[in-house]
Structure formats: structure tokens, C-alpha cells
Design a protein. Sequence first.
Length: 325
Amino acid sequence: MLNVGVIGCGGMGRDHIKRITERTQGAQVVAVSDVFEEGAKKAAEIAGGAKVYTNGKDLINDPEVDAVLIVSPGFAHVDDLLEAIKVGKRVFCEKPLCTTADDCKKVMEAEEAAGKHLIQLGFMRRYHKGYNQIKDAIATGEYGEPLMMHCTHRNPEVGTNYNTPMAVHDTVIHEIDLCHWLVNDDYESVQVIMPKVTKYSHSELKDPQIMLMRTKSGICIDVECFVNCKFGYDINCEVVCEDGALKMGTPMAPSIRKNAQCSTEITTDCFVLFKDAYDAEIQNWVDCAEKCVIEGPTTWDGYLAAVTADALVKAQEDIENENRI
């Protein structure tokens, strides 16, 4: 049985604690940590009475904790990751690895100096059935080489604390990793286009945005990021190849015919759409931690995503500066 300590007891942290407690085989949550002690105590109850800490370092150094799951805000990751590497404990870290490429590199180099991979990164879309079907289809060669990719990442709404750069660091970071993984190609250049702003945005957020990425082999990728679309959580991906186009299936929801209308429900919750992917991801991490291996995204994937994200944010800033002139 793998004894897991969870750092970060917000919504996603509690969701992971519940997942491990109720659905994950071979693991149990024995300790939780959050800067807000009351939140940590409530999370401990979900786990059936885990130890409670108010800082990650103490949890990481608890001898009863075999492996650490980090679900704290991105800016807080670097210190806990370095501490876990220092004591040699396995880590699952929700994205982003760190909020800057420099910190990602620091973590990657510390792991390299330790002589073994310890950290798996939470890019859970790699565990989604639809994306894996596309990746497997590309690998057959039956459809020729990928030429273009079209992606959408739409949220019903975000809070007023969500700003323009967060569209990259908190939202499109998934597509940054996913597209690289699907076609096994690194990025060469990026660009951002700012369409007309929706009336549901605010002064600190340009929404929607279109982000363009070009890989070294010449594949052109466009990602529509629209975080106040209002109608639902709508995720799509299409890969256009030389001899065919591969499009991820729509969410598994029934088509309802009633009152002279035909409708299909669109979820508003990412945890509903990607529930199975989250479950598979954590189960894979637990299984691999027991065997001291990593099969999922690594610190290198986190570093690559951070470098690309930094370039996209720079492109956003260039547009903002042009508009001020």
C-alpha cells in the first residue's frame, strides 16, 4: 500500500483525495497539508482521518509518507518539489510544474543530480480515451503526415481574478503539452491573435484569444481559447493529415428528441468530462511509484510547456504594447 501525502486542499486537492480514497487501488492518503488549517482538516476527514500539516515541508519529511501529491497553486510548487527530490520521494505534481521556465529548469536539474526520475506531471489529457485514439491513428501512418491541428478550449466562465496571461498558464497549457505529445514534434514559433472582446470579460482579460504554434517540421496549430463562452465546457481537437482528418469524438452524452427539438448536453465541469482520465492518471502514478518508474509526463515536459507558455505570454504583451502606442 502506497502512503500518499497531499499538499493543497482546495477543490482539486479534495477531488484527488476522494479519488484515492474511493477509487484508486493500492494507495491511501495518510497526510494532508494546506496553509489554511481548516481546509486541511476538512480534507483530512475525506481521507478518513489523515494527519494535518500547515506546510508542505513537514508533510514531505514525514517518515510515514511514501509519495507526495502536489495540488497547491503553481507559484508554490518549486520549494516543495525541491524538498521532495532532496529526500528522494516520488511526486505527482499537478500542472504547471512551476510558473516560470527558470524554476522548471531548476527542478529538472535537481532531479537529474539525484540520478533518477521522481516527478510525474499532471497533464491528464494524455490519459483521455479520445486523444489516445487520435495518437494511435496517427501512429499507423494510414492517414499520412499531420499538417495542421485545430483545437478549442472553452469554459463557461471565469472569475474576475483571471487575467490575460492566465489564458496561457492555466488554460492553453493543456493544449501546449497535448499537441506536442500527439505529433511528437517540438515548437519552433508562436503567435497570439486577439479577436473582438466578449462583453462578459473585464478590463484585465482579453477574451477570446487565438494562439498559433508552429512545430519544427512545419505543423501549424491553432488553439481557440474562450473562457467566458457561457454555453459549457467545450473541448475539441482535430488533426488534419495528408490522407485524412482525425477528430476527437464529442462527449458521451445521449441525443435527446423532445418538443420538436434535438439536443445533446454539454457539461460545464472539466471534472465530469475528464473524470476517467483523472482516474487513469492517478492509478498509473500509484502503480509506477510502487515500481519506482514513471510512464507519464516528466519534468522535461513541464519545462517544454513553460518555455512555450512564456513565449505566448510575450506575444500577448507585444500586442498590448502595440495597442498602447
